[in-house]
Design a protein around this ligand. Structure first.
Ligand SMILES: [Zn+2]
Length: 268
């Protein structure tokens, strides 16, 4: 079996994780640019981070037979200072041209603040200007529904964003329908025991279907599990789902979305 983990922060993971993921069937990962567990002291910190994402991680992954792709952006957590954020945005285009950069992400909202929304809208404009795919982070807990609505409204109000080229991640039971009904792709982030678990993800697929939806581990610096995707595959298998369904949400769907970049390539 083969699977893709389309959202995982490998810079925070060990080489042993790459090895275990490869043994579990992982053939490709995509790594959105995000907060590093601390705030960067200068915009140049992002230049170094984007260099790591586009040069070092693809090489580290390939030693285990895994293809590594990434997304470029300034994350919402560090977008509170627009002057700082715009300086980061000034060198995003050169990284978006790199052969393994798939688009702009993960942009979005964290605390749903005015400045976060402004920088979100400016990065959507940058993505549109450069014909890029977009990967979106939605806030956690009580801010999620409001944040998801703000994000969708901002995207729709432009009138030039194809929802089929936008993935809205960290959906839960109360936001997945909203995202899918508007034509966007939905990502379910799996956590070991809080938020979306493999069991809840299987429930969502049984309720809302298999179209335009993927699962990912979002493995990062906190409590997370780089093997969350294969564990969800096992959960679905135990429930009697067909192999074609399991492959669809963990391989075919991410492959279909990511291929729109013109860069993502994985052996089927
Ligand atoms: Zn993430």
């Amino acid at each position: 079996m083969k699977y893709i983990d389309p959202h995982i922060h490998m810079i925070s993971r060990t080489t042993d994780d790459y090895q275990r993921m490869a043994q579990a069937g992982c053939v490709a990962v995509t790594e959105p640019a995000f907060w590093a567990g601390f705030d960067r002291s200068s915009p140049r910190g992002f230049f170094d981070y984007f260099t790591q994402l586009t040069e070092f991680e693809p090489a580290r992954a390939s030693a285990h037979g895994i293809r590594h792709y990434c997304w470029i952006c300034i994350n919402p957590k560090e977008a509170e200072d627009p002057v700082f954020a715009r300086e980061v945005m000034s060198f995003m285009p050169e990284f978006l041209e790199r052969p393994t950069a798939l688009g702009v992400g993960e942009i979005g909202l964290n605390k749903n603040s005015r400045n976060e929304l402004t920088i979100f809208e400016e990065q959507v404009a940058l993505a549109a200007d450069h014909d890029q795919l977009i990967l979106i982070h939605t806030p956690h807990l009580e801010d999620k529904l409001k944040g998801t609505r703000l994000i969708i409204d901002a995207l729709k109000s432009r009138g030039d964003i194809d929802p089929g080229r936008v993935l809205i991640d960290h959906v839960e039971e109360h936001t997945v329908e909203l995202v899918l009904d508007e034509g966007f792709w939905a990502g379910m982030t799996l956590y070991p025991d809080t938020k979306m678990t493999p069991q809840r993800a299987a429930d969502v697929i049984e309720t809302y279907g298999q179209e335009r939806i993927w699962i990912n581990s979002a493995g990062d610096w906190g409590t997370s599990d780089p093997l969350a995707v294969p564990k969800t595959r096992l959960e679905m298998q135990a429930r009697g789902h067909a192999a074609v369904t399991i492959d669809r949400i963990s391989f075919d769907n991410p492959n279909d979305f990511l291929r729109q970049s013109g860069k993502f390539l994985v052996d089927a």
